[in-house]
Design a protein around this ligand. Structure first.
Ligand code: ME8
Length: 525
């Protein structure tokens, strides 16, 4: 559809050992908001997500459940991971599974290419492995256990004992790329965002890079190493390649050059894989490195990183069943500075839902449309003479659209919403000040009433467009009530970068009453 500039955005591919929680949903929503915005700006957008299905963690879970890993993965994808995308209204363009044929065969091509280029060698190895992380742990992430694991070396993230592995492995000569990686971070300061994440990675690489073990021979749930069928590919090496196998690497050159390189959105827990190992792999293969890697923070529940293994996991539908998917999308986009950790609490969600969505935005939209119905028989009046107060609304809307777009381009989703909300607040203040209900009682103020209602209704048009990437359901309802489609086209076709250009809704356009967009939620406590 689009011939705008390419915008290929990815989420991590998630492990299917368990069902999703709101941490996974958070990443999906952030990537989807960014993708929807860029799509609506006419950029050649592609949102990729998917599942990571190989490795010991999934093998063990499947075995414990008495099924094959493939059966387990199929079940979890169908019953949990795809439904999560639906629950959250994620408009992904593709969903890759690492068990897909398109992935496996091109992972082998990539490996063979590196092997032929002398980047891989066989060696002996002995190190401590965390199955939770699917990683040989560096000393800095090994701690002594407490409680039931007293005296045992455990993973600093999972607090579970590490396993000593002694195997013949194939190694990727990652240490060869240390200088090129440091030069990359230096030359492209935006390659890793935010700045705190960049600094952490630079410090890590400056300490010196070791070669990376990229195969395992003690189990067979993985992609076979093409030159040695007794080994399977290390699950992270396999998983990272999804970002290129999904867009045609190895088989569709045209698609690949159209999409690649990507912007990766990841949680900070997996930053190093994306900002160190992944670009080194690509450099070795002679492929362009990603455009950027953005590491967002953790959702904390009760001060701890939310996770299923620590039993703090909350399922996305626990929130959407009560508040709806728009509220989920809005809350996590607005309440957490993208790139920082953020605490989730039901109280905060409930408070923002009522103050911002129900009262701030929903109520504004319903009131303005009701006044069009009451005072102008459901057709938008023509504006008359424009005063400073009206001009102020126009300029706030114009500025909000420009600033929100800038914020989105810098991955600052929360700031974009704060800019959009200046329009919500300004319109609420405007209506209080202008008192259209009082103007309606005075026949001589008829022209002024028309100007006020036109201004407020056109303000809703701006809001519908700017908010559609975040709250697609509510804004579609608003668009329908504004009858804007017949005059301006479908909501998702509105160029979001032009949203602030004033005066797009034609006077005389029929409008309808609007159902309550965000009904009050009775607190159960
Ligand atoms: O790491 N807060 O998969 P995974 C915020 N398969 N985000 C969270 C979170 C929290 N408390 N918990 C999880 C893997 N996430 C690999 C990725 S990519 C080539 C392979 C999100 O299922 C966040 O995006 O453990 C984090 O990076 C990801 O889930 C980890 O998902």
């Amino acid at each position: 559809m689009s011939n705008g500039s390419p915008f290929f955005i990815t989420t991590p591919i998630f492990y299917v050992n368990d069902v999703p929680h709101i941490g996974h949903a958070y990443t999906e929503v952030a990537a989807d908001v960014l993708a929807r915005w860029h799509r609506q700006a006419g950029d050649d957008t592609w949102l990729l997500t998917g599942t990571d299905e190989h490795g010991q963690k999934i093998l063990r879970t499947a075995t414990a459940n008495g099924v094959t890993p493939r059966e387990w993965a199929d079940k979890l994808v169908e019953e949990a991971w795809l439904p999560m995308l639906k629950t959250l209204d994620i408009r992904n363009d593709d969903f890759i599974r690492t068990t897909d044929d398109r992935h496996g065969k091109n992972v082998k091509k990539f490996l063979q290419h590196l092997y032929d280029g002398g980047h891989i060698y066989a060696g002996e190895f002995e190190a401590l492995y965390c199955v939770g992380c699917e990683e040989f742990k560096p000393d800095s992430e090994i701690v002594m256990g407490t409680g039931e694991y007293e005296g045992v070396k455990v993973c600093a993230i999972h607090s579970k004992p590490l396993e000593l592995l002694q195997e013949k492995n194939y190694f990727f000569r990652m240490s060869d790329f240390q200088d090129r990686l440091l030069a990359l971070y230096e030359e492209r300061p935006d390659f890793i965002q935010p700045a705190s994440a960049r600094n952490e990675v630079i410090a890590f690489v400056q300490q010196g890079l070791k070669d990376l073990s990229i195969s395992r021979s003690s189990f067979d749930w993985g992609i076979t190493i093409p030159w040695d069928s007794t080994h399977v590919t290390y699950v992270w090496f396999d998983a990272l390649l999804n970002y290129i196998t999904a867009v045609g690497y190895g088989e569709n050159e045209e698609e690949f050059s159209r999409r690649w390189p990507a912007r990766h959105i990841v949680g900070k827990d997996i930053l190093r894989f994306h900002a160190v190992i992944w670009p080194a792999m690509l450099m070795a293969a002679g492929i362009e490195v990603p455009k950027s890697v953005f590491a967002h923070g953790w959702l904390l529940v009760g001060g701890e990183k939310m996770s299923k293994s620590k039993l703090t996991g909350i399922a996305p539908n626990e929130i959407t069943d009560t508040f709806g998917s728009d509220a989920f999308r809005y809350y996590f986009s607005r309440a957490i500075s993208f790139g920082q950790d953020g605490s989730f609490s039901w109280e905060d969600l409930n408070a923002r839902y009522h103050a911002e969505l129900a009262n701030g935005f929903g109520n504004l939209a319903s009131r303005v449309l009701a006044m069009n119905a009451r005072y102008y028989s459901g057709s938008i009046p023509s504006p008359g003479t424009i005063t400073d107060a009206d001009r102020e609304i126009q300029s706030i809307a114009e500025r909000a659209a420009i600033e929100a777009n800038k914020a989105i381009e810098a991955f600052q989703i929360h700031e974009a919403l704060a800019h959009v909300w200046t329009v919500v607040d300004a319109l609420n203040g405007y209506i209080t000040d202008q008192e259209p209900w009082a103007l309606a009682k005075d026949e001589s103020a008829r022209e002024r009433l028309g100007t006020v209602l036109y201004t407020a209704t056109e303000g809703l048009r701006v809001l519908a467009v700017l908010l559609s990437p975040v709250i697609p359901r509510a804004t579609e309802k608003l668009w329908a009530a504004l009858n804007a489609e017949s005059a301006l086209g479908a909501l998702v076709e509105q160029n979001i970068r032009n949203a602030g250009i004033w005066g797009q809704l034609p006077p005389g356009n029929p409008v309808e009453a609007l159902e309550v967009l965000f009904p009050r939620v009775e607190s159960s406590s």
